[in-house]
Write a protein that binds this ligand. Structure first.
Ligand SMILES: [Zn+2]
Length: 82
């Protein structure tokens, strides 16, 4: 099982720790890697056509890389004010 997963919720594509959160479900709040609590809606799980509609949360992307021990050159600096 992949520990970190992407999940669209409340207008952003966040990531979460499946070991801590389990599997995301519609209507059930979970805490993202960037530290906010979001509740995915049913539309966040359907009509995806294999892609996500919402913009990526770069704080989650950053957290994922840090926690997954990416080499420093693969951990870009966060853009400001995002
Ligand atoms: Zn996030």
């Amino acid at each position: 099982m992949q520990r970190f997963r992407w999940q669209q919720a409340e207008g952003r594509r966040h990531a979460y720790d499946a070991e801590a959160v389990g599997t995301a479900h519609p209507g059930i709040a979970f805490t993202t890697l960037c530290g906010v609590e979001v509740t995915p809606a049913r539309r966040d799980f359907v009509e995806l056509d294999g892609r996500w509609h919402d913009p990526t949360c770069w704080h989650c992307d950053h957290e994922w890389r840090v926690r997954d021990d990416f080499p420093p050159c693969d951990i870009p600096r966060l853009p400001e004010n995002t």
